[in-house]
Design a protein around this ligand. Sequence first.
Ligand code: NDP
Ligand code: 8X3
Length: 256
Amino acid sequence: MKKCVLISGASSGFGEACARRFAAAGHDLVLCARRLERLEALQEELSGRSRVYIQHLDVTDRQAVDGFLPSLPELFREVDILVNNAGLALGLAPAYEVDVDDWEIMVDTNIKGLMRITRQFLPGMVERRRGHIVNIGSVAGNWPYPGGNAYGATKAFVKQFSRGLRADLLGTPLRVTNIEPGLAETEFSLVRMKGDAQKAGDVYSGTKPLSAEDIAEIVDWVTSLPAHVNINTLEVMPVCQAWNPLAVDRTLGNDL
Ligand code: NDP
Ligand code: 8X3
């Protein structure tokens, strides 16, 4: 059955790959992000296969997000699948050195943006008794690492918010899924390293990371399961990634 799929952050990475995947199945698409020229190119590429509406949207712009649903053409207002994907990490500085503005941007994007978009589209889904919210969390929401501080905390929010939504939606046919990817090669690290391509490349060097297409396949799978099946949380890492033992400091010794 043809569905209407809204993807935030569709201008690169996971969002762009999800757009390609859903377009291949002939679904209607609403694609948003800040880089409109990227969306225009994607719209042109996909238009033969599905109906694609694109919209410049900064998810941190409260007014723009609140006016988003009413601004959509009627054909694209009844969203069946909302992929809350727009997000970012900024920097890897320890909490005592971090630029606090980076923290604010991560909170505004990964938490507040996701909440506000969800709040906009959820009532229609409940009314129509049809809908699936797919949030893109992260392993960083489960497992702390140095420099992950606020980014990991925003993704921990996504985890608990997703669970809370499920609790609220019990008694409706709506589904909510939190996908938690590990190391995946997209523009994520370039953004995190603030445009330093060398540092971003080092993140993936010698690895076989997840690809954006891997994540799109998972999003497609969780949204194609029979209507009574809800994947609550799906954590996925590349085979080359796993946990380390807990870190132990041996420098402070008897100073403590
Ligand atoms: P990319 O940087 O390739 O894509 C991020 C997308 O988010 C872009 O389309 C970008 O669009 C959009 N975006 C960022 N800020 C805003 C904003 N203020 N308003 C609207 N759109 C915004 O990275 P990924 O595809 O990897 O990231 C997608 C999601 O996956 C993020 O939530 C990220 O945290 C998460 N994730 C990534 C992992 C990885 O290792 N790659 C692992 C786990 C989770 P534009 O700049 O045009 O606005
Ligand atoms: C992105 C994965 O491990 O860089 O969310 O935080 S990680």
